[in-house]
Design a protein around this ligand. Structure first.
Ligand SMILES: NC(=O)c1ccc[n+]([C@@H]2O[C@H](COP(=O)([O-])OP(=O)(O)OC[C@H]3O[C@@H](n4cnc5c(N)ncnc54)[C@H](O)[C@@H]3O)[C@@H](O)[C@H]2O)c1
Length: 385
């Protein structure tokens, strides 16, 4: 049987719009996926940004008005990658138009916007909406998730989940919308990177009950377009010490780090979970390597605490034609995320790892609100129910 084709329209032809268009081009790498996907349309308010899409042969529609994509019956799904202050309006319009939506984080500029998007989903239950978070689709990250789910860690002692950048260490880097509260949101770096760091913890059921935050605006001005310094009023780094209580009585600290200024790190996503019986660590800094901890019998030595390291290879959630011993990278994780999104939309995800749900995205905003309040009160703040 031939897999049905899903036509995708992209709104926002910037960094992520182009990345997604390229990743979808590699769809034939997926083996026996239940759907075929192709990008057929693109929208950007800047007409020059559309030219790049001439290289994608399946793109037949280019427009500067996103309403054109929403009214086009040939488009099944839209991917919207625009400034955070535009999320609410565009996501709600896409949901009301009956399109499938892979939204970008932070899923609305703040909690109120996320609530309104969620309300639109409730009013249009036929809409299928998920939010983008690709890093957990690295094969090594999947191994960590499977190890945690196996129960091999025993009673949890602590978890640390991080997303770390360093490009803002360059103090001459010009201002852009991601560094201004009006466009990025009050949560600053948490809006940029927090959902990446919270996707796996929330999916594991590790929902913080309270937050103590350390938020830093390390670079309060940056050069504007004319070189004159202007206010750069968003938080650059956020360290959230959260308290997780599980239904079975376990309680442990979950530290969530999101940093634009983490010297030496370039898009480093990592997770470390330690329990009384085992541990796991994975970082995209060494993208193949997965580290596991156990107490084992060593010949001639006896019982020892041992960290072991293994190479994860190329295969993640959805099998691909790529040789198993090859490496996986950022664009592979994007393809895997889309494979999960479109399979789930078709009702065929099964027990495979899925994209961030609207409720999980909503929860990240409750956590950011608690972190913002903690920053002001310098106290531990309960995460709203
Ligand atoms: N998943 C990830 O790893 C990841 C990485 C970076 C950014 N993002 C997210 O993706 C989104 C976009 O980020 P980006 O880095 O691609 O931004 P960008 O600034 O590179 O691109 C945004 C594009 O949107 C266009 N645009 C602005 N207003 C528009 C309108 N009204 N209609 C149509 N197009 C419009 C701009 O002209 C620009 O080309 C944000 O939500 C961001 O947080 C996700």
């Amino acid at each position: 049987m031939t897999a049905p084709t899903v036509n995708i329209g992209i709104v926002g032809a910037g960094l992520m719009g182009r990345e997604i268009a390229v990743a979808i081009q590699r769809w034939p790498a997926l083996i026996d996926h239940p759907v075929r996907a192709q990008v057929t349309a693109v929208c950007d308010i800047n007409p020059d940004a559309l030219d790049w899409f001439d290289q994608i042969p399946t793109v037949t529609t280019k427009t500067t008005d996103y309403a054109d994509l929403l009214s086009d019956p040939s488009i099944d799904v839209v991917y919207i990658a625009v400034r955070h202050d535009l999320h609410e309006e565009m996501y709600i319009a896409a949901i009301r138009a009956g399109k499938g939506l892979l939204a970008e984080k932070p899923f609305g500029i703040d909690r109120s916007a996320a609530e309104n998007i969620l309300e639109a989903i409730r009013e249009n239950p036929e809409s299928f909406v998920r939010c983008s978070s690709e890093m957990p689709f690295f094969p090594g990250a999947q191994q960590v998730i499977n190890t945690i789910r196996s129960g091999a860690l025993g009673r949890l002692i602590e978890v640390r989940s991080s997303f770390l950048h360093s490009s803002d260490l360059d103090l001459d880097k010009g201002i852009n919308w991601k560094r201004q509260t009006a466009f990025c949101g009050k949560a600053g770096v948490m809006n940029d990177l927090g959902l990446h760091a919270l996707h796996v913890p929330l999916r594991m059921g590790w929902n913080p009950k309270s937050v103590f935050s350390t938020l830093q605006n390390l670079v309060p001005t940056r050069p504007g377009p004319d070189g004159v310094h202007v206010e750069c009023d968003t938080f650059d780094n956020a360290v959230l010490t959260t308290d997780v209580h599980l239904p079975d009585g376990q309680q442990f600290p979950l530290t969530v780090e999101t940093k634009r200024i983490s010297p030496g790190d370039k898009n480093t996503w990592e997770i470390r979970a330690i329990g009384l019986e085992g541990g796991v660590f994975y970082s995209t800094k060494n993208p193949k390597q997965v580290s596991t901890f156990a107490v084992v019998d060593l010949p001639g030595i006896g019982r020892e605490q041992v960290w072991q390291h293994s190479d994860s290879g190329s295969q993640s959630v959805w099998p691909t034609v790529t040789g198993g011993i090859f490496e996986s990278g950022f664009s592979d994780s994007i393809l895997q995320m889309w494979a999960a999104f479109l399979a789930e939309r078709a009702g065929l995800l099964g027990d495979k790892f899925g994209c961030v749900t609207p409720e999980e995205a909503m929860q990240t905003h409750r956590i950011y609100d608690a972190a913002l309040e903690s920053h002001v009160t310098r106290s531990e703040v309960h995460v709203a129910d």
